[in-house]
Design a protein around this ligand. Structure first.
Ligand SMILES: Cc1cc2nc3c(=O)[nH]c(=O)nc-3n(C[C@H](O)[C@H](O)[C@H](O)COP(=O)(O)OP(=O)(O)OC[C@H]3O[C@@H](n4cnc5c(N)ncnc54)[C@H](O)[C@@H]3O)c2cc1C
Length: 434
């Protein structure tokens, strides 16, 4: 059967691999010049690495399973990482049990409450009752007012900006579980993974495996419309040509799909509601030396234009980055925020100005900088996510809309995406063959 897949990100390529291996005639249609979508790579003029920061955790079984499946298990690297906090102008570390015990931003009682709260959150297996609860109220109740004010409120604000007070508790439940499970597996120490060569290693291996099974991937083809053909096929129109398929899987956000496929979306279930989206504006700094020893520096003091500092080279080995160091300063914001209209120079200047007081040698340390931005990064279900995690499918079963929105309550990560992709691919194969 001819299947067209729109988007060569993790979702599209994983579904393509499963369908191509099941013997279907697969064509992936990608607007960009290379695969990977949000997790693609970038030329930092001297070395190539992930465009945005990407790690995986020991419990990411779907992702590690995919590495195995495409023969790149030997490229997995695990390193111990440290987490820092910027508080009252000071760098604080909270990367092991001793540093936790001596962390000065909280009293002993508050630390005990923080530890007990995190333990309690790990014991919650069903988050459904939390869907109608706001994260701020839930965190205050579990951790107490002071721990909320010092730790969680600045973290919520830095990560979710203007949506901070709207965030459902489920997202913080998923975040706390995801990151603290990493620690419990590492005996109280943090351990994170990356691929030798970055995420590019996975996308190149996926492409090779898809092609080995007869699948094709077309780059530089933005899909403009999707239509029902008179001949029982679905027509996918790009700027250059019209392609015909028996089935089409879109991995674009559902609202984008609704726009480009107005006839088809009339029969897509509307009951799923609409998520809000957060985008990202990010400054990447190619450095001579790391800014600090932390993979993540959380900002628990207010007033920064960015939402955290990611010390990429505190995780990767220096030779991966041509002997350079790399730090990323993300700002998450709603897609209609002014930040998306600012020039690269303006963003770099504002971010660097905020960083200078903490790193007096900054200007000498920075070799090059780059600004990257995306408007539709994280789907956030402020009201409850759809009751079903089944993808919207057209009435005739020919067009499927499959994207990160189906990961519902999960944090945005490749492991969750691959979980959805594996499930949907198997349902699609059953529906075609059954
Ligand atoms: C800053 C940041 C940090 C992250 N950190 C991590 C991390 O540490 N660990 C982790 O596991 N995950 C992380 N993620 C999440 C991860 O990148 C995503 O979950 C994953 O890449 C989503 O894949 P996707 O295929 O669903 O979507 P996308 O990657 O968005 O893929 C969609 C594809 O569709 C293409 N497309 C769009 N419109 C059209 C069109 N009209 N026609 C044809 N093609 C089109 C796009 O170009 C893109 O390639 C991070 C994401 C960001 C942004």
């Amino acid at each position: 059967m001819r299947v067209g897949i729109i988007g060569a990100g993790t979702m599209g390529l994983t579904i393509a691999l499963r369908l191509a291996r099941a013997g279907h005639d697969i064509t992936v249609i990608e607007a960009g010049a290379q695969p990977g979508g949000l997790a693609t790579w970038f030329d930092y003029e001297g070395f190539i690495w992930d465009k945005y920061y990407h790690v995986f955790l020991t419990q990411d079984e779907n992702l590690i399973g995919l590495f195995r499946d495409v023969g790149i298990e030997d490229k997995i690297r695990w390193n111990e990482t440290r987490t820092g906090f910027l508080w009252k102008g000071r760098h604080l570390s909270m990367s092991n049990n001793w540093e936790f015990a001596t962390f000065p931003a909280l009293s002993l009682i508050q630390k005990a409450r923080l530890a007990l709260g995190i333990f309690y959150v790990q014991t919650i297996n069903d988050a459904t009752p939390l869907e109608s609860v706001k994260a701020s109220a839930w965190l205050r109740k579990i951790f107490g007012r002071r721990v909320y004010d010092v730790m969680w409120e600045p973290l919520l604000e830095s990560k979710y900006g203007v949506l901070k007070d709207e965030m459902p508790a489920t997202i913080m439940w998923a975040t706390i579980r995801r990151y603290f499970q990493t620690r419990s597996k590492g005996g109280g120490k943090e351990q994170m993974g990356f691929l030798a060569g970055g995420m590019r290693t996975m996308y190149q291996a996926l492409l090779a495996e898809i092609e080995k099974s007869g699948g094709k991937v077309r780059f530089g083809c933005a899909v403009e419309t999707v239509d029902n053909g008179a001949d029982d096929s679905v027509h996918v129109v790009t700027s250059d040509e019209t392609l015909q398929f028996d089935r089409v899987v879109s991995t674009l956000p559902t609202d984008v799909m609704r726009r480009i496929a107005p006839d088809i979306t009339e029969i897509l279930p509307k009951s799923t509601g609409r998520p809000h989206f957060l985008g990202i504006v990010m400054l990447s700094l190619v450095l001579r030396r790391p800014l600090n020893p932390y993979y993540v520096t959380n900002l628990i003091q207010k007033g920064f234009p960015f939402t955290g500092i990611i010390g990429v080279s505190c995780l990767t080995e220096a030779e991966e980055l041509g002997g350079n160091h790399l730090a990323m300063l993300p700002r998450y914001d709603v897609p209609d925020s002014d930040w998306f209209a600012r020039s690269d120079e303006e963003i770099a200047e504002m971010f660097l100005e905020a960083l200078r007081p903490f790193y007096p040698d900054l200007d000498e340390n920075v070799q090059r900088w780059f600004v990257c931005r995306e408007k539709l990064v994280q789907a956030i279900w402020i009201d409850a996510p759809p009751e079903t995690s089944e993808p919207p499918i057209s009435d005739d079963g020919r067009v499927w809309s499959v994207n990160a929105e189906l990961a519902g309550r999960d944090t945005l990560n490749n492991n969750a995406i691959i979980g959805v992709a594996n499930r949907v691919a198997s349902d699609l194969i059953t529906s075609i063959e059954g």
